[in-house]
Structure formats: C-alpha cells, structure tokens
Design a protein around this ligand. Structure first.
Ligand SMILES: [Zn+2]
Length: 292
C-alpha cells in the first residue's frame, strides 16, 4: 500500500447527529489538531441544509446517495443527490485523485459505544481498529461485505470508514461521547502518520469483529403499522448474544415475541430511531476473530 496523502473527516452527513457536526466545527477552527507532517487533512460538513435545520436529511438519506450509478445520473436532482455529487468533487485532489481516507462521523440512538464500521475486512483498517481498541475499551468493529454498488459516503475512498457513536439522542450533544470520539479520531490520524513514517505501533495479533448478516423489521400489521416494540430485555443490549428463543419484541398488550433464528447472533442498531422508516428494528451480526 502506498503512503496516505489525503484524509477527510466528514461530520453532519446526517444533520441531526451533532457529535460529528460539532467535532468538524472544532477541527475547522483548530486545524492544528488534525494536522500531521506527512499528509493533508480536510474537514467537510456533509449535509449543510439538514445541519441548519437539525434534521437527518431534507429529501432523502444522503448516506445512500453515493453509488457510482447515482453519482453519474444527472437526472437525480434532489438536494441530497446534488450534494453527493458536490461532496465527490470536494474530496478530489486538484489532480482528480480520490481522497485516500474518509472518516465519516455518525451517532446512533443504539447503545453501540464507539463502533467502527468497515466495508470488507481491509487489513490496514483492521490494524487501525485494533490500535484504536487499545485507546478505548468502548471500541467495537463491524464489517459489512464489500460491495461494488456501495452507497455510503465513505465508499468514495478506498480506506473509508464510519464511526457510529452511541447511545445518544438525535439533536443532542453528549460531552463524554464527544470527547471519546475526538480522542479516537486524533489517534487514527496518529496511526496514519506512524504508517507513513514506517513506524506502526505494536498491535494485538487478533481482533474480534462483528460481521453484518442481515436486518429484522418490527412485527407489522397489514397496513404496515408497528405491532410491537423492542423487548425491554433487549433494549441497549447491542453486541450481546441473542439466542434462539430469547425474547426480542413486546406487543402493546404485553405479549412477548421470541427470536426464531437457528443460531446465536449479535444484534446492533437495536431501536435506532432513524431506522423505523427503513423497516429495521435491529441489524444482526456474527462474532468472529480475525488474525492480524
Ligand atoms: Zn448517521
């Protein structure tokens, strides 16, 4: 792998996720914090109009607008489709080269601590994640399969990843999570610098990751209305094992609904506020150890 020459830190891809918005504001006003000798760093406000209105988005979810086909489709003209094309341009070097690393900052109403979301199991990013796990006990690493049709902002760069921090409500700042997220970002920049200098720090020989395997929706009636809530025993239990037969939902009249899968899984994004509209009550992962 060649040296890292450009890093972008993006906040407010979802306008009501304030940790990223205010961290990017802070970095914009204190450029020295994110400056390292061997690469250039830039900060970007993902969705300025949504940030202004403290909404997730204006017309559609910006973080689903980055497929290659959509970026090339001039007929897509919603605010977010237009903004996605602008962001692609902002992140290009004057030579037209894509940014080497994108760190896209998100928060979640689920209890996911400091989650690093990777597309695929890139060895360099797994090494980085392992290093960051040494910085904070709250770090968890989730991998979704790498896709040719990736729709996420961070897919604009080869070494793009997202940080999901929670639990924190939409439109709310949590000082402890703000500071932990900042520390994590600055440590990631130090890691890139160390890599460029050929002095990578020692990391553990293995890492635990959570591989995305699917999502489940809330029970719904024929009209599509939700008929049950996340079971109280499952609320805030992200990354905890869910076994076949465990209670998962509770109906409004108090009936328990049990998980009918055939093996133990590890749910994440449990009761994420923004996913009700996406028909997702939680995402399921499998726990796995990877040698580094
Ligand atoms: Zn988000």
């Amino acid at each position: 792998m060649t040296k890292i020459s450009t890093v972008a830190i993006v906040g407010g891809t979802h306008g009501n996720e304030l940790t990223g918005v205010y961290l990017v504001k802070k970095f914009a006003n204190n450029q020295d914090l994110i400056t390292r000798p061997s690469f250039s760093s830039q900060v970007v406000f993902g969705n300025p109009k949504a940030i202004e209105q403290c909404r997730r988005y204006i017309d559609k979810d910006l973080n689903r607008c980055f497929s290659r086909a959509d970026l090339q489709n001039a007929n897509l003209s919603s605010y977010e489709d237009t903004r996605a094309k602008e962001i692609q341009k902002i992140l290009l070097s004057p030579q037209g080269k894509a940014c080497d690393v994108i760190i896209d900052l998100h928060t979640t109403t689920s209890n996911m601590g400091l989650s690093i979301l990777l597309s695929g199991e890139h060895p360099f990013l797994l090494g980085l994640s392992s290093y960051l796990s040494l910085i904070s006990d709250d770090v968890k690493v989730c991998c979704s399969p790498k896709s040719q049709n990736a729709v996420y902002l961070d897919s604009l760069s080869k070494l793009g990843f997202a940080i999901e921090v929670g639990a924190v409500a939409q439109g709310v700042l949590n000082a402890e999570l703000f500071q932990k997220t900042e520390k994590l970002i600055l440590a990631a920049l130090d890691y890139f610098e160390a890599y460029n200098q050929g002095k990578l720090p020692e990391i553990p020989s293995f890492i635990t990751i959570y591989n995305y395997i699917g999502a489940i929706d809330y029970p719904r009636n024929a009209q599509g209305e939700i008929e049950a809530m996340i079971h109280p025993l499952r609320q805030f239990q992200d990354y905890q094992p869910l076994n076949p037969g465990d209670p998962i939902f509770l109906t409004f009249d108090g009936q328990e609904i049990f998980y009918d899968g055939i093996s133990t899984v590890y749910p994440i994004f449990i009761n994420e506020a923004a996913y009700y509209e996406k028909s997702i009550a939680m995402c399921l992962t499998e726990k796995k150890t990877v040698n580094l």
